[in-house]
Design a protein around this ligand. Sequence first.
Ligand SMILES: [Zn+2]
Length: 302
Amino acid sequence: MPPLQEAANRRETGQPYEQIITWMNGEGHRTTLGNEWRPGALASVLDHPAIAGLYEDEEGNLLPSGGPEVITPEQFRKIRKMRRKHQPEADRAPQREYLLSGEHVVCGLCAHPLGAAPSNAGSRGHRCKPSTAQHPGGCGRVRINADLLETYVAEHVLAELAKPEVSALIEQARDQLLAEAAELRKQADAAKRRQKQLGEDYARSSGMSLQAFKAADKELSAQANAHRARARFLERVKHVPVGDVPDLLRWWKHAPMVAKQGVVVLMLEQIAVYPAASRGSRTVDADRVALVWRQWDAGPES
Ligand SMILES: [Zn+2]
């Protein structure tokens, strides 16, 4: 039996990766690069759809790729299902990091912000969450694979950043957004002060009904929270590098997630995602995603 198949069988019965690789390395099995197996490496091989002759399309559906099935699709699905429960926390963390999040990633159909939601196959994804009784949501009709969407957005953002007339404005644009965030924080503080005042007025029995007080109090609280949330969102741009980044592609590849998130916030006002035209696409089609570029003030005329 091929070692990866044996490894998959052991995994399916619940054997931890540490034990499986001890067996593999002991038998002299090595990775394709000739290295000893490590738990993370084996986990990512067994977790990749290619091992079962599958690929994941832009909506997170697993479909036959025509490639060889080292293990069966059924076994692959079982092993993937075990992942979230059994994998060590450290291995799972990067899976949950999203480049795109927040108010500017929206459903193209209903304009509701997309949430992070793993696909049925267990990989990272974004989804327009349908409304439930407790949580008002969106239409629930859009879902997209996060890797593919991130790749698409990164390509477009990097192409835009590579234009000299754009990169020349980065520092100024960043300062503008940070100033906007500071203004929002001021407004949030003002709302909080008004809320405090309101409480004092009510306590001094100014004739306000309890109901009116509660409504106004709630409103001010919501205002302050909304301003702060938007400020936090804009403040992501503080991680954007200013000055010369000679090789953007290289920078992007190695940049920390917060810096890349900042670049996206700086560049894009909105990312609207529409339903896939058909099942089975391995890339995100341009007509699925509408990018709205942020308009920066050109600054004082020179
Ligand atoms: Zn929607």
